[in-house]
Design a binder for this molecule. Structure first.
Ligand code: FAD
Ligand code: 2HG
Ligand code: ZN
Length: 479
């Protein structure tokens, strides 16, 4: 089938205003073809924006018949180049953005059923209005969609208590690579009827089908929430503080983030309006944001939280701390942490390593990796921060000050990655804790995952998408 015929078919399915092509001088496709990190710029055959699940199914069928491959896209905030087309001009970007309704909230079942294109923050707000907490949270929540969160099995800042997106999902609605609709929106907490297809789809990064709807878990809204920003004398001290926080707060511990001083200095540099505590302390290499959420009274919760900080001060794993006195202050402290990725993007192109390692071994890892990187690439700047409570570091590398970031990436990215990922292997860690694989880490996956695991993954892909039309070139290489 010719491209012209396919585009005519797509127009008849979703309406011509919802098929954007380069032939139309008024259409701006840049936002769909450029990834968030500006690592790669693709060119699509068309961007298609269906309004509902039957339209998605019809689009997928038409593309399958024409042999055109599909790139599912939500908010396009992914970090690993997984949601933008390649440069061939032959791929169809299937944007879920128009499918943005919260379908129902079932208070008794503690679930929300949502369209895949719902923006995460819109889900949080709708659930809060109904009196419930939807705990998935990350700095991109104003633009990322629940379909993208599920596609990547996103983590974020509340995983220590509520788990990754996978743990929050009770069912999915999916359009298969052949254009069939699988309605798995059961909302059951117990269902052992064979292979769990939901978990196969979650984290598959658009390579096994298009998620069109999801049923997600809700929680009661916390009665009291406390947030502190603490200065710590070392990464070892941050790990010690995490242990104390588990001990004192138990399930009340909802957030535990670590931030290196260089990462925080980028926030001060690029967002000088934000007041970052402890920037003038030369003896403070790291700061921590920790959060406690509880159903008990504010007074009770505050007493326990302050007791934790007192013990930490006595033991020397905290040097100083500020505790938010209001929701506004708490948001301001979180905002500092959440501004790091943007500050780093403003500083220039960079190399990201979204890694996980046993929490207990993180200080040793950082000491060894820092030393090897500095020896191999003198002056390299390490932007180190992340979800310490989950053993997940964003161990990112910025070109030496004053050097050309593009040239650094071109000449040194491979060498930097080899040092970091080889060490991750030695520590039995993961080369992608929460961002996924996309095309950026596909080759690395082949080097770091066992042949047995890769074989099973390829068999699944082959069985579900034998023509390799769903987001080809992402996660796995597959002929
Ligand atoms: P997209 O970027 O559009 O797509 C991501 C992947 O999912 C692609 O492979 C795409 O094909 C696939 N996909 C999208 N929609 C569907 C669908 N409906 N069906 C099937 N596949 C689909 N990530 C974290 O895990 N934790 C964080 O704390 C975090 N913080 C971030 C902070 C910032 C400032 C930014 C820019 C990003 C951050 N991210 C984080 C990364 C990103 O926001 C997440 O990966 C998010 O889940 C992507 O959602 P999206 O809707 O933008 O997906
Ligand atoms: C975060 O935790 C995100 O802020 C982004 O996962 C991490 O930019 C990064 O490296
Ligand atoms: Zn993260």
């Amino acid at each position: 089938m010719s491209n012209t015929l396919l585009i005519a078919q797509l127009r008849s399915i979703v309406g011509s205003t919802n098929v954007l092509t380069h032939d139309d001088p008024a259409a701006d496709l840049r936002a769909y073809e450029q990834d968030w990190r500006k690592r790669e710029h693709g060119a699509s055959l068309a961007v298609v924006r269906p309004a509902n699940t039957p339209e998605v199914a019809a689009v997928v069928k038409a593309c399958a018949a024409a042999g055109a491959s599909i790139v599912p896209q939500g908010g396009n905030t992914g970090m690993v180049v997984g949601s933008t087309p390649d440069a061939s001009g032959t791929q169809v970007v299937l944007s879920l953005q128009r499918m943005n309704q919260v379908r129902t909230i079932d208070g008794a079942n503690l679930t929300a059923t949502v369209d895949a294109g719902c923006v995460l923050q819109a889900i949080q707000e709708a659930c809060e209005t109904a009196g419930f907490l939807f705990p998935l949270s990350m700095a991109s929540e104003g633009s990322c969609t629940i379909g993208g969160n599920l596609g990547t099995n996103a983590g974020g800042t509340q995983v220590v208590r509520y788990g990754n997106t996978r743990e929050l999902c009770l069912g999915l609605e999916v359009v298969t690579p052949q254009g069939e609709i699988w309605d798995g929106l059961s909302g059951l907490r117990k269902d052992n009827t064979g292979y769990d297809l939901r978990h196969l789809m979650i984290g598959s990064e658009g390579t096994l089908g298009v998620i069109t709807g999801a049923i997600m878990k809700l929680y009661p809204l916390p009665a009291a929430q406390l947030t502190a920003f603490a200065a710590v004398p070392s990464l070892e001290a941050a790990v010690q503080l995490l242990g104390l926080a588990h001990q004192h707060l138990s399930a009340g511990l909802t957030g535990f983030e670590v931030m290196g001083q260089f990462a925080l200095s980028l926030v001060t540099k690029h967002f000088p309006q934000l007041r970052v505590p402890f920037q003038d302390r030369a003896d403070t290499p790291y700061c921590v944001v920790l959060e406690n959420s509880d159903q008990e009274s504010e007074t009770h919760a505050r007493e326990r939280f302050e007791r934790l900080l007192e013990v930490a001060l006595e033991q020397g794993c905290v040097q100083d701390a500020v505790v938010a006195e209001s929701i506004t202050q708490a948001r301001a402290l979180w905002h500092i942490r959440e501004s790091i990725p943007l500050a780093q993007a403003q500083e220039g192109l960079n190399i990201k390593h979204d890694i996980s390692i046993a929490v207990s071994r993180i200080p040793e890892f950082v000491r060894l990796a820092d030393a090897q990187l500095q020896a191999a690439f003198p002056g390299v700047r390490l932007v180190n921060y992340g979800h310490l409570g989950d053993g997940n570091l964003h161990y990112n590398v910025q070109a030496p000050a004053g050097s050309d970031a593009e040239a650094f990436l071109r000449d040194d990215e491979k060498g930097v990655n080899t040092i970091v990922y080889d060490m991750v292997d030695q520590f039995r860690g993961s080369i992608s804790a929460e961002h996924g694989v996309g095309s950026l880490k596909r080759e690395k996956l082949e080097q770091h995952k066992s042949p047995v695991a890769l074989g099973m993954m390829r068999a699944i892909k082959q069985a579900l998408d034998p023509k390799n039309t769903m987001n080809p070139g992402r996660v796995l290489s597959f002929k």
